[in-house]
Design a protein around this ligand. Structure first.
Ligand code: RIB
Length: 303
């Protein structure tokens, strides 16, 4: 169990509406769904949940609205033991994600950002100080809040991990010197124009991302192929662990959290990515976002 690590997550908090179906509908087609459920989600909240379940002390920085979804999501984080004091509750409406899940566990997601887009950069960055070991951010809030929070963390010597989801061409140049930048395949394409399909294109995209962000490490999440690590000199592709795919939702969030936590503890990026691969392989085998996050002991069972 990871203990004595103080982590902060600045990011989105969403109610997820999940509908499962045999296959995705075509444009203009009306099909019958199999099941539906509401679940706790949002890339930020998912990563906070994963860090907490792995043993870290976690505070969540974000925004919901004073509505029923906001209350449910904050109650859930509180019940897990995540510190929610830095979540503002005065947004217009709490974020909502509609997740369509097909029979192969693949998804399509539409997010209504709501309060997540209204996070105040000054309020968010004020919550960062040098008592933290680790900051995680994603791109599902607003660019100003992400940039301000990351730059405050860098100035306070806090290890900073930037998860680049969802895909958008974010101004990485505005946050120079992060510890790790970690996009998935579509996010890599959106940021660099390069699809990381081959070793050459993985390297080209990694070099581009390092140049733009001056990150210490570029870690590409490559789905069923695992991940790649670029440290400015060497490229290493690290295969993931086999598992039965039920739902890929939040597997990337799980990878990012486990990788970041191990990096904060050991300082070893390869050990960290192995931990991310192991945790992610468990997340894809379970339904839902925060519900799919494993504990530290569960991750250790993966070999
Ligand atoms: O990364 C998965 C998350 O993306 C879901 O929980 C959903 O809320 C969307 O933000």
């Amino acid at each position: 169990m990871y203990k004595n690590i103080r982590a902060a997550v600045m990011g989105s908090i969403n109610m997820d509406f999940i509908m499962s179906m045999e296959r995705m509908p075509e444009s203009g087609e009306n099909i019958v769904g199999k099941t539906y459920s509401y679940a706790n989600g949002g890339k930020g909240a998912n990563q906070a949940t994963a860090l907490k379940k792995l043993g870290a002390d976690v505070k969540m920085i974000g925004k919901v609205a004073n509505d029923s979804n906001g209350a449910l999501l904050i109650n859930n984080l509180n019940s897990l033991g995540v510190d929610t004091a830095d979540i503002s509750k005065d947004g217009d409406v709490t974020g909502l994600a509609v997740i369509m899940l097909d029979g192969e566990g693949k998804n399509r997601i539409v997010v209504y950002e709501g309060a997540n887009a209204q996070i105040d950069p000054k309020t968010a960055s004020k919550a960062i100080d040098n008592s933290l070991d680790l900051l995680l951010v994603q791109f599902e809030t607003n660019e100003e809040a992400v940039t301000a929070t990351v730059n405050k963390a860098i100035s306070e010597n806090v290890l900073t991990v930037v998860d680049c989801g969802p895909a958008k061409n974010f101004s990485l140049e505005k946050m120079q010197g992060v510890t790790v930048i970690t996009p998935n395949e579509s996010e890599t394409k959106a940021l660099t124009g390069i699809s990381p399909d081959t070793e050459d294109s993985i390297l080209a995209a990694s070099i581009c991302l390092m140049e733009r962000s001056r990150a210490k490490y570029v870690v590409l999440k490559l789905g069923s192929r695992g991940c790649s690590v670029w440290d400015g000199n060497n490229l290493k592709i690290m295969p993931t662990y086999p598992s039965e795919v039920v739902d890929t939702t939040a597997a990337g969030d799980c990878f990012t959290a486990a990788m970041a936590l191990e990096l904060a503890v050991s300082g070893d990026i390869y050990k960290a990515c192995d931990m991310g691969n192991k945790a992610g392989s468990i997340a894809v085998s379970r339904l839902g976002a925060d519900a799919s996050m494993p504990t530290y002991d569960e991750v250790l069972t993966i070999r």
